[in-house]
Design a binder for this molecule. Structure first.
Ligand code: UT7
Length: 331
Protein backbone atom coordinates (compact mmCIF):
# COMPACT_ATOMS: atom_id res chain seq x y z
CA UNK A 1 0.00 0.00 0.00
CA UNK A 2 1.38 3.42 -0.92
CA UNK A 3 1.93 6.00 1.81
CA UNK A 4 -0.94 8.44 2.37
CA UNK A 5 -0.08 12.12 2.01
CA UNK A 6 -2.41 15.05 2.68
CA UNK A 7 -3.24 17.18 -0.35
CA UNK A 8 -5.17 20.40 -0.83
CA UNK A 9 -8.10 19.45 -3.10
CA UNK A 10 -10.19 22.65 -3.05
CA UNK A 11 -9.95 26.33 -2.10
CA UNK A 12 -12.39 29.18 -1.45
CA UNK A 13 -12.24 32.75 -0.18
CA UNK A 14 -14.17 35.83 0.78
CA UNK A 15 -13.35 39.50 1.31
CA UNK A 16 -15.84 42.15 2.44
CA UNK A 17 -17.04 44.76 -0.05
CA UNK A 18 -15.85 47.95 1.64
CA UNK A 19 -12.49 49.14 0.28
CA UNK A 20 -10.33 51.25 2.59
CA UNK A 21 -7.84 52.97 0.29
CA UNK A 22 -4.62 54.79 1.14
CA UNK A 23 -6.39 57.99 0.05
CA UNK A 24 -9.13 57.48 2.64
CA UNK A 25 -6.50 56.75 5.31
CA UNK A 26 -4.86 60.09 4.43
CA UNK A 27 -8.03 61.76 5.73
CA UNK A 28 -7.97 59.73 8.98
CA UNK A 29 -4.32 59.87 10.14
CA UNK A 30 -1.10 61.74 9.27
CA UNK A 31 0.06 59.53 6.40
CA UNK A 32 0.27 59.45 2.64
CA UNK A 33 -0.08 57.02 -0.24
CA UNK A 34 3.59 57.32 -1.20
CA UNK A 35 4.83 56.34 2.30
CA UNK A 36 2.43 53.41 2.62
CA UNK A 37 3.17 52.11 -0.90
CA UNK A 38 6.95 52.29 -0.70
CA UNK A 39 7.21 51.01 2.92
CA UNK A 40 4.63 48.22 2.70
CA UNK A 41 3.37 47.66 -0.86
CA UNK A 42 -0.24 48.15 0.29
CA UNK A 43 -2.73 50.21 -1.73
CA UNK A 44 -6.04 49.17 -0.20
CA UNK A 45 -7.66 46.73 2.25
CA UNK A 46 -11.13 45.31 2.76
CA UNK A 47 -13.09 46.09 5.93
CA UNK A 48 -16.11 44.27 7.35
CA UNK A 49 -18.19 47.29 8.29
CA UNK A 50 -21.23 45.52 9.76
CA UNK A 51 -20.86 45.82 13.57
CA UNK A 52 -23.06 42.73 14.08
CA UNK A 53 -20.74 40.44 12.13
CA UNK A 54 -17.55 38.87 13.47
CA UNK A 55 -14.80 36.67 12.07
CA UNK A 56 -17.20 33.72 11.78
CA UNK A 57 -19.01 35.60 8.98
CA UNK A 58 -15.76 35.76 6.95
CA UNK A 59 -15.02 32.09 7.66
CA UNK A 60 -18.52 30.93 6.73
CA UNK A 61 -18.46 32.88 3.46
CA UNK A 62 -15.02 31.47 2.54
CA UNK A 63 -16.09 27.90 3.39
CA UNK A 64 -19.32 28.30 1.41
CA UNK A 65 -17.31 29.50 -1.58
CA UNK A 66 -15.16 26.34 -1.34
CA UNK A 67 -18.25 24.11 -0.98
CA UNK A 68 -19.96 25.72 -4.00
CA UNK A 69 -16.86 25.50 -6.20
CA UNK A 70 -15.87 21.95 -5.27
CA UNK A 71 -19.28 20.36 -4.72
CA UNK A 72 -18.07 18.71 -1.50
CA UNK A 73 -20.93 17.57 0.74
CA UNK A 74 -20.43 19.45 4.05
CA UNK A 75 -21.90 16.55 6.03
CA UNK A 76 -18.87 14.47 4.91
CA UNK A 77 -16.35 16.86 6.47
CA UNK A 78 -14.70 15.18 9.48
CA UNK A 79 -13.03 18.17 11.04
CA UNK A 80 -13.02 21.98 10.86
CA UNK A 81 -9.99 23.96 12.02
CA UNK A 82 -10.48 27.70 12.31
CA UNK A 83 -7.15 29.53 12.19
CA UNK A 84 -7.78 32.97 13.65
CA UNK A 85 -6.38 35.62 15.95
CA UNK A 86 -9.77 37.34 16.26
CA UNK A 87 -12.33 34.74 17.40
CA UNK A 88 -15.96 35.92 17.63
CA UNK A 89 -15.90 35.42 21.41
CA UNK A 90 -13.02 34.90 23.86
CA UNK A 91 -14.30 31.49 24.96
CA UNK A 92 -16.95 29.81 22.76
CA UNK A 93 -15.19 28.19 19.80
CA UNK A 94 -15.66 30.10 16.54
CA UNK A 95 -14.90 26.89 14.64
CA UNK A 96 -17.85 25.09 16.24
CA UNK A 97 -20.22 27.87 15.20
CA UNK A 98 -18.82 28.01 11.65
CA UNK A 99 -18.99 24.22 11.23
CA UNK A 100 -22.66 24.15 12.25
CA UNK A 101 -23.54 27.11 10.01
CA UNK A 102 -21.99 25.52 6.90
CA UNK A 103 -23.68 22.16 7.54
CA UNK A 104 -20.56 20.29 8.65
CA UNK A 105 -22.78 18.60 11.21
CA UNK A 106 -20.65 15.44 11.51
CA UNK A 107 -17.41 17.31 12.11
CA UNK A 108 -15.59 18.20 15.31
CA UNK A 109 -13.89 21.54 15.30
CA UNK A 110 -11.60 23.92 17.13
CA UNK A 111 -9.80 27.23 16.84
CA UNK A 112 -6.04 27.51 16.33
CA UNK A 113 -4.26 30.73 17.31
CA UNK A 114 -0.70 31.52 16.29
CA UNK A 115 -1.13 35.14 15.15
CA UNK A 116 -0.02 35.58 11.52
CA UNK A 117 1.25 31.97 11.43
CA UNK A 118 -2.15 30.50 12.38
CA UNK A 119 -2.95 29.22 8.90
CA UNK A 120 0.55 27.83 8.32
CA UNK A 121 0.44 25.92 11.62
CA UNK A 122 -3.11 24.84 10.71
CA UNK A 123 -1.78 23.31 7.49
CA UNK A 124 0.55 21.19 9.59
CA UNK A 125 -2.25 20.10 11.94
CA UNK A 126 -4.80 19.42 9.20
CA UNK A 127 -2.39 17.41 7.09
CA UNK A 128 -1.13 15.37 10.07
CA UNK A 129 -4.70 14.22 10.81
CA UNK A 130 -5.24 13.26 7.17
CA UNK A 131 -1.85 11.57 6.65
CA UNK A 132 -2.39 9.51 9.82
CA UNK A 133 -5.40 7.95 8.13
CA UNK A 134 -7.65 9.08 10.98
CA UNK A 135 -9.78 11.57 9.01
CA UNK A 136 -10.48 11.96 5.30
CA UNK A 137 -11.84 15.48 4.90
CA UNK A 138 -10.35 18.26 7.00
CA UNK A 139 -11.47 21.83 6.31
CA UNK A 140 -8.94 24.48 7.29
CA UNK A 141 -10.25 28.04 7.41
CA UNK A 142 -8.10 31.14 7.95
CA UNK A 143 -10.06 34.29 8.74
CA UNK A 144 -9.59 37.50 10.68
CA UNK A 145 -11.60 40.63 11.30
CA UNK A 146 -8.48 42.65 12.05
CA UNK A 147 -10.51 45.90 11.99
CA UNK A 148 -12.03 44.80 15.32
CA UNK A 149 -8.64 45.12 17.10
CA UNK A 150 -7.08 48.06 15.25
CA UNK A 151 -6.90 51.63 16.54
CA UNK A 152 -7.78 53.80 13.54
CA UNK A 153 -5.99 56.78 15.10
CA UNK A 154 -2.65 54.86 15.18
CA UNK A 155 -0.92 55.35 11.83
CA UNK A 156 1.70 52.71 12.56
CA UNK A 157 -0.87 49.87 12.54
CA UNK A 158 -4.07 51.05 10.84
CA UNK A 159 -2.42 51.30 7.43
CA UNK A 160 -1.33 47.65 7.50
CA UNK A 161 -4.24 45.39 8.37
CA UNK A 162 -7.40 44.30 6.57
CA UNK A 163 -10.24 41.76 6.93
CA UNK A 164 -10.73 38.56 4.95
CA UNK A 165 -11.13 34.81 4.96
CA UNK A 166 -9.99 31.78 3.00
CA UNK A 167 -10.47 28.03 3.19
CA UNK A 168 -8.80 24.85 1.92
CA UNK A 169 -9.83 21.20 2.04
CA UNK A 170 -7.22 18.57 2.88
CA UNK A 171 -7.84 15.00 1.63
CA UNK A 172 -5.73 11.83 1.40
CA UNK A 173 -3.57 11.39 -1.70
CA UNK A 174 -1.86 8.21 -2.89
CA UNK A 175 0.26 9.80 -5.66
CA UNK A 176 2.66 11.41 -3.19
CA UNK A 177 1.19 14.89 -3.72
CA UNK A 178 0.32 17.36 -0.95
CA UNK A 179 2.36 18.30 2.10
CA UNK A 180 5.97 17.07 1.82
CA UNK A 181 7.86 18.75 4.65
CA UNK A 182 7.54 21.46 7.27
CA UNK A 183 9.85 23.50 9.46
CA UNK A 184 7.91 25.36 12.17
CA UNK A 185 9.43 27.55 14.88
CA UNK A 186 8.44 29.85 17.75
CA UNK A 187 10.20 32.16 20.21
CA UNK A 188 8.48 33.81 23.19
CA UNK A 189 10.82 36.77 22.98
CA UNK A 190 8.32 38.15 20.48
CA UNK A 191 5.58 38.91 22.96
CA UNK A 192 7.02 42.31 23.85
CA UNK A 193 7.07 43.49 20.24
CA UNK A 194 3.67 42.52 18.83
CA UNK A 195 0.67 42.07 21.09
CA UNK A 196 -2.66 43.15 22.50
CA UNK A 197 -1.89 43.92 26.12
CA UNK A 198 -5.31 43.63 27.76
CA UNK A 199 -8.34 41.41 27.62
CA UNK A 200 -6.50 38.19 28.50
CA UNK A 201 -5.86 36.54 31.87
CA UNK A 202 -2.83 38.71 32.55
CA UNK A 203 -4.68 42.00 32.29
CA UNK A 204 -8.45 41.53 32.20
CA UNK A 205 -10.62 44.25 30.72
CA UNK A 206 -11.31 47.23 32.96
CA UNK A 207 -12.36 50.83 32.53
CA UNK A 208 -8.67 51.72 32.68
CA UNK A 209 -7.60 49.27 29.95
CA UNK A 210 -10.30 50.64 27.67
CA UNK A 211 -9.41 54.27 28.42
CA UNK A 212 -5.73 53.52 27.74
CA UNK A 213 -6.48 51.75 24.42
CA UNK A 214 -4.92 48.51 25.59
CA UNK A 215 -7.31 46.33 23.60
CA UNK A 216 -5.74 47.30 20.28
CA UNK A 217 -2.78 45.78 18.45
CA UNK A 218 0.56 47.25 19.45
CA UNK A 219 3.56 46.63 17.22
CA UNK A 220 7.21 47.67 17.37
CA UNK A 221 7.33 47.58 13.60
CA UNK A 222 11.09 47.98 13.14
CA UNK A 223 11.94 45.08 15.47
CA UNK A 224 9.26 42.79 14.07
CA UNK A 225 10.47 43.64 10.58
CA UNK A 226 14.04 42.59 11.39
CA UNK A 227 12.97 39.27 12.93
CA UNK A 228 10.53 38.62 10.08
CA UNK A 229 13.05 39.26 7.30
CA UNK A 230 15.76 37.01 8.68
CA UNK A 231 13.56 34.21 10.04
CA UNK A 232 11.20 33.83 7.10
CA UNK A 233 14.14 33.72 4.70
CA UNK A 234 16.04 31.26 6.94
CA UNK A 235 13.27 28.67 7.14
CA UNK A 236 12.42 28.96 3.45
CA UNK A 237 16.04 28.44 2.43
CA UNK A 238 16.36 25.58 4.88
CA UNK A 239 13.30 23.72 3.59
CA UNK A 240 14.67 24.02 0.05
CA UNK A 241 18.06 22.62 1.12
CA UNK A 242 16.50 19.81 3.14
CA UNK A 243 14.46 18.70 0.13
CA UNK A 244 17.21 19.26 -2.45
CA UNK A 245 15.16 21.92 -4.22
CA UNK A 246 16.97 24.45 -6.39
CA UNK A 247 15.31 27.75 -7.32
CA UNK A 248 14.36 26.13 -10.63
CA UNK A 249 12.45 23.39 -8.79
CA UNK A 250 10.30 25.86 -6.84
CA UNK A 251 7.16 26.77 -8.78
CA UNK A 252 5.66 29.33 -6.38
CA UNK A 253 6.43 31.15 -3.15
CA UNK A 254 3.24 31.51 -1.08
CA UNK A 255 4.36 33.93 1.62
CA UNK A 256 2.45 35.70 4.38
CA UNK A 257 1.51 39.17 3.14
CA UNK A 258 2.71 41.52 5.90
CA UNK A 259 5.08 43.73 3.97
CA UNK A 260 6.21 43.54 0.34
CA UNK A 261 9.81 44.19 1.41
CA UNK A 262 9.80 41.11 3.67
CA UNK A 263 8.44 38.92 0.86
CA UNK A 264 10.99 40.31 -1.64
CA UNK A 265 13.85 39.62 0.80
CA UNK A 266 12.68 36.03 1.28
CA UNK A 267 12.38 35.49 -2.47
CA UNK A 268 15.89 36.89 -3.00
CA UNK A 269 17.39 34.47 -0.44
CA UNK A 270 15.61 31.62 -2.24
CA UNK A 271 16.97 32.82 -5.60
CA UNK A 272 13.46 33.17 -7.07
CA UNK A 273 12.52 35.66 -9.72
CA UNK A 274 9.42 37.82 -9.28
CA UNK A 275 7.24 35.72 -11.59
CA UNK A 276 7.20 32.93 -8.98
CA UNK A 277 6.35 35.14 -6.03
CA UNK A 278 2.62 35.33 -5.31
CA UNK A 279 1.55 38.77 -4.19
CA UNK A 280 -1.83 40.35 -3.40
CA UNK A 281 -0.83 42.58 -0.50
CA UNK A 282 -1.59 45.69 -2.59
CA UNK A 283 -5.29 44.80 -2.59
CA UNK A 284 -5.87 43.30 0.86
CA UNK A 285 -3.06 44.43 3.18
CA UNK A 286 -2.20 42.06 6.02
CA UNK A 287 -5.25 39.88 6.75
CA UNK A 288 -3.31 37.79 9.34
CA UNK A 289 -4.72 34.22 9.13
CA UNK A 290 -6.26 34.79 5.70
CA UNK A 291 -3.24 35.83 3.63
CA UNK A 292 -2.13 32.34 2.55
CA UNK A 293 -5.57 30.97 1.52
CA UNK A 294 -6.42 34.28 -0.20
CA UNK A 295 -3.26 33.82 -2.30
CA UNK A 296 -4.21 30.22 -3.14
CA UNK A 297 -7.66 31.34 -4.19
CA UNK A 298 -6.43 34.28 -6.29
CA UNK A 299 -3.76 32.24 -8.11
CA UNK A 300 -5.44 28.79 -8.17
CA UNK A 301 -5.91 28.82 -11.95
CA UNK A 302 -2.16 29.20 -12.52
CA UNK A 303 -1.21 26.15 -10.43
CA UNK A 304 -0.56 22.83 -12.15
CA UNK A 305 -0.65 19.36 -10.69
CA UNK A 306 2.81 18.55 -9.33
CA UNK A 307 3.89 22.20 -8.87
CA UNK A 308 6.21 22.74 -5.91
CA UNK A 309 4.82 25.40 -3.55
CA UNK A 310 6.85 26.82 -0.68
CA UNK A 311 4.72 28.45 2.03
CA UNK A 312 6.26 30.84 4.55
CA UNK A 313 4.87 32.93 7.38
CA UNK A 314 6.00 35.04 10.33
CA UNK A 315 3.84 36.46 13.10
CA UNK A 316 3.31 37.50 16.70
CA UNK A 317 4.60 35.28 19.46
CA UNK A 318 6.97 35.07 17.61
CA UNK A 319 5.75 32.22 15.43
CA UNK A 320 7.07 31.35 12.00
CA UNK A 321 7.86 28.56 9.60
CA UNK A 322 7.89 27.14 6.12
CA UNK A 323 6.00 24.31 4.43
CA UNK A 324 6.77 22.47 1.19
CA UNK A 325 3.65 21.21 -0.61
CA UNK A 326 3.10 19.61 -4.02
CA UNK A 327 -0.05 20.94 -5.69
CA UNK A 328 -2.51 18.14 -6.44
CA UNK A 329 -4.84 19.30 -9.23
CA UNK A 330 -5.34 21.43 -12.32
CA UNK A 331 -8.12 23.98 -11.73
O1 UT7 B 1 2.24 40.08 10.18
C1 UT7 B 1 2.87 40.07 11.43
C2 UT7 B 1 4.25 40.49 11.36
N1 UT7 B 1 4.32 41.91 11.11
C3 UT7 B 1 5.20 42.37 10.25
O2 UT7 B 1 5.90 41.61 9.61
C4 UT7 B 1 5.36 43.85 10.13
C5 UT7 B 1 6.81 44.23 10.21
N2 UT7 B 1 7.05 45.67 10.18
C6 UT7 B 1 6.84 46.43 9.08
O3 UT7 B 1 6.30 46.00 8.10
C7 UT7 B 1 7.35 47.84 9.11
O4 UT7 B 1 8.18 48.02 10.21
C8 UT7 B 1 6.22 48.92 9.14
C9 UT7 B 1 5.51 48.95 7.82
C10 UT7 B 1 5.26 48.64 10.27
C11 UT7 B 1 6.86 50.30 9.35
O5 UT7 B 1 7.84 50.56 8.36
P1 UT7 B 1 9.29 51.05 8.74
O6 UT7 B 1 10.02 51.26 7.48
O7 UT7 B 1 9.86 50.05 9.71
O8 UT7 B 1 9.02 52.43 9.41
P2 UT7 B 1 9.41 52.94 10.87
O9 UT7 B 1 8.50 52.34 11.88
O10 UT7 B 1 10.88 52.79 11.06
O11 UT7 B 1 9.08 54.45 10.73
C12 UT7 B 1 9.84 55.33 9.86
C13 UT7 B 1 9.27 56.73 9.93
C14 UT7 B 1 9.08 57.24 11.35
O12 UT7 B 1 9.35 58.60 11.36
P3 UT7 B 1 10.76 59.16 11.89
O13 UT7 B 1 10.87 58.70 13.30
O14 UT7 B 1 11.80 58.55 11.00
O15 UT7 B 1 10.62 60.64 11.74
C15 UT7 B 1 7.61 57.01 11.62
O16 UT7 B 1 7.09 57.90 12.56
O17 UT7 B 1 7.97 56.76 9.33
C16 UT7 B 1 7.00 57.28 10.26
N3 UT7 B 1 5.73 56.60 10.05
C17 UT7 B 1 4.84 56.99 9.13
N4 UT7 B 1 4.83 57.98 8.24
C18 UT7 B 1 3.75 58.10 7.44
C19 UT7 B 1 5.27 55.51 10.70
N5 UT7 B 1 4.07 55.18 10.22
C20 UT7 B 1 3.77 56.07 9.25
C21 UT7 B 1 2.68 56.24 8.37
N6 UT7 B 1 2.71 57.26 7.48
N7 UT7 B 1 1.61 55.41 8.38
Amino acid sequence: MSKITAAITAVGAYVPEYVLTNEILETMVETNDEWITTRTGIKERRILKDPDKGTSFLGIKAAEDLINKSGVDPSEIDMVIMATATPDLPVASTAAYVATQIGATNAFSYDLQAACSSFLYGMSTASAYVASGKYKKVLLIGADKMSSIIDYTDRTTCIIFGDGGGAVLFEPNEEGLGLQDEFLRSDGIGRDFLRIEAGGSLMPASEETVANKKHYVYQDGKTVFKFAVSNMADVSERIMQRNNLSHDDVSWLVAHQANKRIIDATARRMGLDDSKVLMNIARYGNTTSATLPLLLNDFEKQFKKGDNLIFAAFGGGFTWGSIYLKWAYNA
